[in-house]
Every structure is written in C-alpha cells, then in structure tokens.
Design a protein around this ligand. Sequence first.
Ligand code: SF4
Length: 504
Amino acid sequence: MSPPDAKPNETGYIHHLHADQFDDLVPQALANVELRGALAKATNTIRNRRAIALEEIDDLQELRSRAKSIKTEALAHLDDHLETFERQATANGIHVHWAADAESASAIVLDIAIKNKTRLAVKAKSMVSEEIGLNDALIDAGIVPVETDLGEWIVQLAEEPPSHILAPAIHKRRREIRDLLARVLGRPMPDDAAGLTEVARHELRARFAQAELGISGANFLVAETGSFLLIENEGNIRLTTSLPRVHVAVAGIEKIVPRLKDLGPLVRIITRSATGQAISCYQTLVTKPKTSPEDDGPEEIHLVLLDNGRSKLLEDDLTAETLRCIRCSACLNVCPVYRQIGGHAYGSVYPGPIGAIFTPQIAGMHAASQLPGASSLCGACREVCPVDIDIPGVLLHLRHRAAEGDQSTGNHPEADPRTTEKTQSMRRGFRFWRWAMGSSRRFQVFGAVGRLLATVIRQVPSLTKYAGPLAGWTDGRTVPRSPGRSFRSGKMARRLRPEGQGRA
Ligand code: SF4
C-alpha cells in the first residue's frame, strides 16, 4: 500500500458512472460467467441468512410497520426534524453544514481537510461519499483517501467502483483478491480468507494512527439528541471516528429520525435485512467531540447534510417513498436482474432495485432513464423491503416519465439526446401498433404477415439482423412455432361466433 505522501493516483479511486450506458453494459455483464457465479453464491448466502434471522422474530410485520411509520413520520416533517437536529448537534459542539448538491458537499469536506493540513484521510464505507465523488475531489487536492472497510479497500485497490451497497467487492472471487493484493503489495499472499483479512488488517491499522482526518457516512441522524449512528461489523468505523483528530460525516437529509428510541426498531430490522444478523458487532453513536484530553474520540466533528435532489422527491407521495430507504440492500440480493448482472452494469453508485429508482430521480432522467427498465416487476424487492417501499410502483412511474420524454436533469446540466431518440422510436412503434390493431382487416393482414415472418425467421434466424430496431432479436430468444392459421379462422372460433357474423 502506498504511504500517505504517495502520488494520489497510486491509491486513487476512479469513478466510472455511466447509468446512461446501461443497455450497452448489460451484455458484457451477462457474458461474464465468473461474475455471475460469484454473485449467485454470495447473494444466495446472504438471502438464506436473512430468511433465518427474520424467522426468529415473532412480530416481524409489526416491526416492519413500526420501521415504516418512523421513516414516514420523519419525512413528513423533514424540515422541522432537520432544524432540531442542527440545533441539538450545534449545542453538542458538532459543526453542521448544509450542502445543496454533490459539488458543494465535496467542497465543504475538502475545505475542512485543507484547513486541518490533511495529507491522509481514512474513510469508513459511505455510499453518500461515492455519490458526491469525494475521493476524486480529495485526490485532486493532493490528499490520499484510504478506504478502511475491507471490501471497499479491495475495490479501491482494484480502481473499481463498489458493486453492492453492503458488500462492495461481492463480484470478486477469493483468488482474484489474492492476486490483486499480491500485485499491489508486491509480495506473495495467503490463499485463505482469514489470511487475506489479516493482511488487510495489518496494512490498514497504521493508517488510522497516521490520518489527520476521518470520514464516514451515517446510518441514522437523531433529531432529539443531535447524534448520528454508525452500524458496522469490522471495527474500522469505530477507529475512523475515534483516532484522527478531526472527523467529518456526510449524510443524506433523509437519514433523520425524530427520537433516540426510534433507533431500536430500525437497528433490529436493518441488521437482519442486511446481513442476517440479530445485531451487528458495533454500533457507534456519535454525539459530541471529546471534551477533555482523557476522553477518546476526535477533537472536532463536522456533519454535512446533503440534499442533492432529495427534497424534490418529497413533492410527490410515491416518489417520496424512495427516501424511506435505509440502505439494507435486501432488495439487491433478491432481484433477478441484479443477481445476473451485478452492480457495475447499472453504472450508478446505487445499484439494484433501489438504484433503479433512486438514481434517475437524483441524477436526472436524462442520465439514467434506462435504469427503471432493469426490472421484471416481479415484486420480490418490495416483499423483502423492511420499510415497504413500493419499488415496482415507483419503477412504473419512472418508466411512464421516460416514455413521456421526461428529460429532467437533476443537478446536472446536460441532456442525453439518446433518451429522446429512444422515446421517439418507442412512440412511433406504439403508434403503428395502435393503427395495425385498429381494424379487423388490418389485424388479419398483420396476423398473416406475422405468421409468415415467424416461419421464415425460424428457418433463418440471422435474417433479423436486417430488421432495423429488431436486429439481434433472436440472439437470446427462440421464435415460437407458427400455428399456420389464426385462431379466428379455426373451427373452434367458428362455433363460438354468434349466428350471422362472418369471419372478422
Ligand atoms: S429499498 Fe428497501 S430493501 Fe432496498 S435497500 Fe432500501 S430499505 Fe433495503
């Protein structure tokens, strides 16, 4: 691993966000057999653990509705709770900052880092820091960010984005990790998971003591006490929030809960839904900086409240549901699409079903209008969601907006002309369909043409490559055998037809 004063790009994290290229990325992911094998194994394990952990709860539905109502109440009075949080946290000695968008959030953290002469920052896993592109901003300023969550550290060394909300390196097999560490650290690596974890522990330990700044996200913000809660298993978050002299947490405004006692049901449901644990190994509730030299913890704490398009979602009851998400990732592990293509194909910080509804609303429809199509609408995501978000409903709403040509741009100024093109060709297609189905004569003619085409394509599937937008249609499909004549011209239809009516 590089020392703190190494060139930034040696430990740098490269952002590759391209949700607008979803259609192009999916075939690559599907062709990767290793990836699909790793995903199937890991998501099956987490799903089974979750199912066992939830079976142990007698009052599961009650717990889910309690969690849902806490989040719903918090969002219904979000502005009041945020003001209370700011007041309480400030009284505790925490510096609260407001960031309207990703750029200003990054700028605030950077400013704090520079004022504190930071060369090395240790980071706890935080999806929001990915959302705001924080590592790139730090690297550009000559500051080395070191991810300290094991999976996040692995993907940082591989210069890849995380591919799962909770398990960033879920797509990597053990031997890939072994080879990666051997290459980066320049020495042979053990072959077993425990040995590799020991290497990571050894490499990262010193960084906590060297870092001038610790950076984290937050699972929940408690308005009543002005505290923030961090949930983890590895102990790296506790070290990140304790050892560096200065700590900065960045959290979306939707993380607020009104009261301290609200954490009970939420922690019970999030750990079971996320990892299948009754309780995680560590919960760190940060309320104030240290007040005497004997205390543990940072001397200075900052909390950045990020909007980045979230408050817009509150304008509509359906889209507001998106903000109830507690980032447990249960919906990813059951989604038949995510389980086949993994997180990178989404081209979005937030993959899976939650990413398919959150990213287009935050980044803008122009940048991610393909993502709501990444679902079979089977409803498995809603079934497991601990806060009962109507993900299929929001997906349909966003598909409708995409079909209507919604080009809203979130916080980003450019529009993607490909979205318009696609919407227009879909419209043309449906207009033609309506015309073709609009008279029984045309219905008959196109039915006959369809049967003829099906017969020909069955014989020569490669012909579809000359079929314009349908080119390649047979690559993943088998054309059904043509019945030869239509149902309506058959004996059964003749018998069912009322007296005196000819063939339609
Ligand atoms: S949408 Fe529901 S299931 Fe998915 S990450 Fe959020 S809380 Fe978990």
